[in-house]
Design a protein around this ligand. Structure first.
Ligand SMILES: Cc1cc2nc3c(=O)[nH]c(=O)nc-3n(C[C@H](O)[C@H](O)[C@H](O)COP(=O)(O)OP(=O)(O)OC[C@H]3O[C@@H](n4cnc5c(N)ncnc54)[C@H](O)[C@@H]3O)c2cc1C
Length: 300
């Protein structure tokens, strides 16, 4: 039987305390949030930190609130708390759509928004949603806080811009009029990681024209979860089945999916197009678009 690797344990009492512990122990120290990614990685010896800095006591990082024209989510907010938040779903239905299909109730009870984002799995769901919403990440470090676009947060699979003596503390999502959002995912069974998924955000003006669009793809090889060419195509157009189908085709043509245990490349490319099309249609309806009328039918 393999003996578990030795690891030191420290409990942080504040963000600055967590940062000072990270600075004291150096690159072999790791933040421990819900542990649902890190502990399995340690069991498999894919991660071998020498020190765990437990941040679960930082209650001031567990919040969902509106301030400064943004929906702000503290990074210790659990998936379950985000799923249950009427405030979050009221502003961005995409968040409830996504949380409903992330893992199972046990993982959602412990897993945090920050842990999900910082684990940076290329199949992770929330990153696609936050990329679609054009969010901003707040990162605390020894010199204070800095802001990074959700679209620049990931530098590659399992890699982010968060440095060894930094901590992600908050996600901020701009609240603007005329928004409709949606997330659609295909997985092999309930609670599983996606074969592919698409998140869409559309902003319509009073005339029903798309003023801005956000499309995030996950598990589909999108560059930092963004289907930028499809977004460019949609801006300035009217919503409609043709526009959504074309945006889906553009997203499919520009993504670079890699075959994995959940699906082959050509199926994933097909999903990129089809899921983008479907997410856009739901997002547009939620923004008030009614087929044939330009604007009108508002769905809850
Ligand atoms: C069975 C199972 C099914 C799953 N299915 C899905 C799924 O369908 N979709 C999906 O998207 N995810 C899925 N997940 C992943 C799950 O969402 C994550 O495991 C969980 O959210 C990670 O959060 P955590 O708080 O447990 O992070 P931890 O495991 O504690 O940490 C993960 C990593 O992030 C770092 N970290 C944590 N918080 C911070 C912070 N604030 N600042 C800087 N670094 C930080 C840690 O040091 C560590 O490297 C699944 C997981 C399991 C176990």
């Amino acid at each position: 039987m393999q003996v578990p690797a030795q690891v030191e344990y420290e409990k942080a009492s504040s963000v600055s305390h967590a940062l000072s512990l990270l600075a004291r122990y150096g690159p072999e120290a790791r933040i421990l949030a819900g542990g649902h990614s890190l502990i399995p990685m340690m069991k498999l010896r894919l991660a071998q930190p020498e020190v765990l800095v437990d941040v679960n006591g930082l209650a001031d990082l567990r919040f969902i609130r509106v301030a400064g024209g943004e929906l702000r989510i503290g990074t210790l907010t659990t998936h379950a708390q985000l799923l249950d938040s009427a405030l979050a779903a009221g502003h961005f239905a995409i968040l409830r759509d996504a949380e409903r299909v992330i893992a199972d109730p046990i993982v959602r009870e412990w897993g945090t928004v920050g842990g999900s984002l910082c684990q940076a799995d290329p199949s992770e769901d929330l990153s696609a949603a936050f990329a679609a919403l054009k969010g901003t990440m707040i990162i605390a470090g020894p010199g204070g806080k800095r802001e990074v676009s959700a679209r620049e947060f990931h530098t590659g699979p399992y890699e982010t811009v968060v440095g060894p003596v930094e901590m992600l503390t908050e996600v901020r999502l701009p609240v603007k009029a005329g928004a409709g959002t949606a997330y659609v995912k295909v997985s092999r069974r309930a609670g599983d990681w996606p074969v592919g998924a698409a998140g869409a955000a559309l902003w319509l003006d009073r005339a029903g024209v798309i003023t801005d669009a956000g499309i995030g793809l996950t598990a589909l090889g999108a560059q930092h979860f963004v289907a930028a060419e499809a977004e460019d195509y949609l801006r300035g157009r009217r919503p409609g089945p043709e526009a959504f189908a074309e945006a889906g085709a553009i997203a499919a043509a520009n993504c670079r999916p890699a075959a994995d245990q959940r699906g082959p490349e050509d199926y994933k490319r097909h999903l990129a197009g089809e899921l983008t099309r479907r997410a856009l249609a739901v997002a547009a309806r939620r923004a008030g678009w009614g087929e044939g009328t330009g604007l009108g039918e508002r769905t809850p």
